[in-house]
Design a protein around this ligand. Sequence first.
Ligand code: PLP
Length: 482
Amino acid sequence: MLDRPVNATLDAANRRGPAKPQLLSVEDAKAMSVETMADLFKDHINPGQFHFMKLLGFHKVKIERAEGMFYTDQNGRKILDFFGGFGSLAHGHNHPRVLAARERFQDEKRHEIAIAFLSQYAAALAKNLAACSPGELDMVFLGSTGSEAMEAAIKVAERASGRKNCKIVHAENSFHGKSKGVLSITDSTLYQGDFRLVDNRVKVPFGDLPALKRAIENDSDIGVVVLETVQGGGGIIGAPTEYWQGVRALCDRHDVLWVADEVQCGYGRTGKFYAFEHHGVVPDVTALAKSLGAGKAAVGAMIAKRSVYMKAYGTPKTAMIHAQATFGGIGEACVTAIEGLEVLYDEDLIGNSAETGAYLLSRLKTIQAKYPQIIKDVRGQGLMIGLEFHDFSRTLPLALRPMVAMLDDKLKGSLSGFIGALLLRDYDVLVAFTEYNRNVIRLEPPLICGEDHVDQFCDALDDLLGKGIVSIVKDFVKSQLG
Ligand SMILES: Cc1ncc(COP(=O)(O)O)c(C=O)c1O
């Protein structure tokens, strides 16, 4: 269903190749109505997901612009972004310096694909990532996504572990991506489905040092431990410094390699470049993605200690086992990431993350004290904050329960869905939900976030919660029926 008739194909008789199919142009995409966008999403992308987005009211929004902390929709409404693409927008939307670097790169007609010749852009980005990383972490693999960076991380670690039947430890409630290797160490029955997975893995509870110790001591095949430093999909769950120092010591004692997944919590999100830097320890391998692309490009990076890298791929014979893929280290993506890193430090966004994050946390704790029957916990560091609601499924008045039960399973019992939907509808604020704990809202605004943005968000939340759970749920249910 198109908004306008597609132009007739020119000069069909003189073609040597196939006739041009009916294609939508860039201008068609930009001018598309919200209804057509919804239809095409249902027809060609994911009808099931559309159902979920409709429940939350997201299907009525078409974004026309995005700048700094805000989206602007088709009606000129400005939406405050406290979701931040799960931590992908450290610089905010369309940072002018990042845009300018990309424009210069295009104007100069620089080359993109980095597999024939060496790339000066990939070389500079790798050097910069080594400069941002502590200790010996200075060998870099460039890819396009967090999953790809984590695939590279577990592969380099598995090879360098020196074990023939190397097993990988991962944590309960872990999320490391959906490609098949890292899916195997992503603790989700939903995502793992019935796929055949890599079976050389051992699961332990997150943050439980005795459990990790038992696992490693009981199985000499364990050669790699993979942990998110802060679990994002698990609901913003950290672990204390003693745990991380224990992980480091345990791995050293048993010659096991520690891989820190910093795809979500890295890049300044928690108030340090890497979240593990809060704990005075350095892993053997780490991974970044999301904000590394400065909100404009798809960039992921695995960063390994040189000794680890050389063990895995250090000889001419082994060098190509896991070398860059087609789009690894592609020109404009690297330039975007290089400029993004400069902006991160020039604008002291990491310092801002620590300071504004502390302000956000303190305001949320005040709101929690005001509504202790609604908010169960507020936690996190920097601008990576989890807001957990009480499970209200059993405390809701009986009369409301059948209405709520009519709604999607995914939202049942989860106040965060109702609150997120109403924050967007009535207060122009966007927040994110959490895969494994539907009672948690994840707050990961851009690191350019100021106290005025925190006030806007917190005032909205305070006002909404002041209406009480019953009224929030009734309002949400009414919006679904209406
Ligand atoms: C901790 C962590 N690791 C890996 C990934 C996978 O990244 P991507 O979605 O870019 O493949 C994510 C994505 O959310 C993540 O949060």
